[in-house]
Design a binder for this molecule. Structure first.
Ligand code: FMN
Length: 191
């Protein structure tokens, strides 16, 4: 059965609860290569990705809990338990960062970040097309000082943008309800 290309875009939805198997190496390469087709003002290639699996995910669960508590961010025991339950099944996390270049004053920081966002969108779509569930999260200590630094993304040179989880959906999520585009669109006729 073939699926019309646009139908892939229309049927994509974020799927948080996933389990093994994660993408095999060939599929992972396709997902990461899809990120390289993102629009990129000035060809700065600002996207940076770090793969985290198995022992790395278990360690991140501990370190992010510590970092969130140390930063005094809200984190109830129930929330911690639910994050640990979630991470206990996730086969692959991809940490996402945007590389800054302070010598480049022509292309503003937000354009680089948008470019990384577009790269992640391509990865979400590629994962969906290959039959995986994927979810972009800015939990897990994304907004602490410690977690980006532990992952090698110090705040002088990078904007840390969270984590993409990818795996096999635990259950069929069905279709997501989407708004009608017309409520977001107007036409300016020059007057
Ligand atoms: C930059 C970014 C960060 C996000 N961080 C979180 C998050 O930390 N927790 C969460 O529940 N959803 C987060 N979301 C939303 C989900 O990734 C997802 O988009 C949302 O659940 C809606 O699902 P949909 O993509 O199928 O519309 C984030 C989305 C973006 C774009």
């Amino acid at each position: 059965m073939s699926v019309a290309p646009l139908d892939y875009l229309f049927t994509r939805r974020s799927i948080k609860i996933v389990q093994a198997p994660g993408p095999n190496e060939a599929d992972l390469a396709l997902i990461l290569q899809a990120a390289m087709s993102a629009p990129d003002h000035g060809r700065l290639q600002p996207w940076r990705f770090t793969l985290i699996r198995e022992a790395g995910i278990a360690r991140l669960a501990d370190l992010s809990t510590d970092a969130i508590r140390a930063a005094n961010l809200p984190f109830t025991p129930e929330k911690e338990a639910s994050v640990r339950r979630w991470l206990g099944r996730v086969p692959l996390l991809i940490a996402i960062a945007c590389k800054l270049d302070h010598s480049n004053t022509k292309i503003p920081e937000h354009e680089r970040m948008l470019s990384v966002g577009a790269a992640v969108m391509n990865m979400l779509n590629a994962a969906h097309m290959l039959g995986y569930g994927a979810f972009w999260s800015t939990g897990l200590g994304t907004y602490t000082d410690d977690i980006p630094e532990i992952l090698g993304f110090d705040s002088l040179d990078y904007r840390f943008m969270g984590f993409l989880s990818i795996g096999t959906p635990v259950k069929d999520m069905g279709a997501a309800e989407r708004p009608d585009f017309q409520q977001f669109v107007t036409e300016w006729t020059g007057g």
